[in-house]
Write a protein that binds this ligand. Structure first.
Ligand code: PGA
Length: 241
């Protein structure tokens, strides 16, 4: 595990974007595992800037997103499909046929999870997986539990996650209660994992996840065992370690 300490959110975003850009330059047909949430917005902004400057080409890149809300219309502004298009896909030359997210509108959870795992397998796995971390240590929507989930599965969001995500909706009642998420096993199988974290409010969980025991009660802690895990975090997020 490597830790890259940055001064602030902007520097975290630039460093993370540089790592993703290097992946795209070195392997133009790579598989990028992508994340949503507040944290990656700045990272995607840098990638769009470098694409506009002619420094990046996404034409051969494939993407798989970590997760998607269940039963939220895909065109809803807070679906992860919408988030990804608004923040990245609409602004670069990625081939729409190479974009993959779980289909939150397929209500047959078993079939949808099996389909998504098959998609990831057919692509040969993930080259670089981008991750944020929840205050409870979740990665994707892998919430604290008694065991690590291997493949894509349907989850009930915890009260803490619903609370954290209500800022994106008009009210807490509008936050979907379930999601499909890539499993911890798939994340661990990514050849490189890049986590980005910013802010004092994440300092406790960073200490717990990466300087405490590996346990499914803190899902991100398993990344301590990943052979190529890079944590890019700002001083505030690293203030307790
Ligand atoms: P955030 O979410 O980037 O909005 O803090 C991170 C996460 O829940 O994984």
């Amino acid at each position: 595990m490597r830790i890259i300490r940055t001064k602030n959110y902007e520097e975290m975003s630039r460093k993370a974007a540089a790592i993703i850009a290097a992946q795209v330059v070195l392997k133009p047909d790579c598989v990028l595992g992508l994340a949503t949430g507040g944290t990656p917005v700045g990272t995607y902004k840098n990638l769009v800037e470098w694409y506009n400057a002619g420094d990046l080409d996404f034409s051969e890149v494939s993407s798989v997103n970590l997760d998607e809300y269940r039963a939220l219309p895909v065109e809803h502004p807070e679906s992860y499909w919408s988030f990804m298009h608004r923040n990245l896909f609409d602004h670069v030359n990625i081939d729409p046929a190479k974009i993959n997210l779980p289909d939150g509108n397929n209500m047959d959870a078993e079939a949808e999870c099996a389909r998504y795992d098959a998609v990831i397998k057919a692509m040969g796995g993930v080259d670089l997986q981008l991750l944020g971390i929840g205050h409870d240590g979740h990665i994707g929507f892998n919430e604290p539990s008694d065991a690590f989930d291997l493949g894509t599965h349907c989850v009930d969001l915890t009260e803490e996650t619903i609370e954290a995500n209500k800022r994106f909706f008009n009210s807490k009642d509008e936050v979907p209660r379930q999601a499909y998420t890539m499993g911890t096993g798939t994340i661990m199988n990514a050849r490189k994992v890049l986590m980005i974290v910013s802010g004092r409010d994440k300092a406790e969980i960073i200490k717990k996840a990466f300087f405490g025991p590996v346990t499914p009660q803190v899902p991100a802690s398993i990344l301590q065992m990943h052979p190529d895990f890079v944590l890019v975090a700002d001083e505030d997020a690293l203030s307790l370690v």
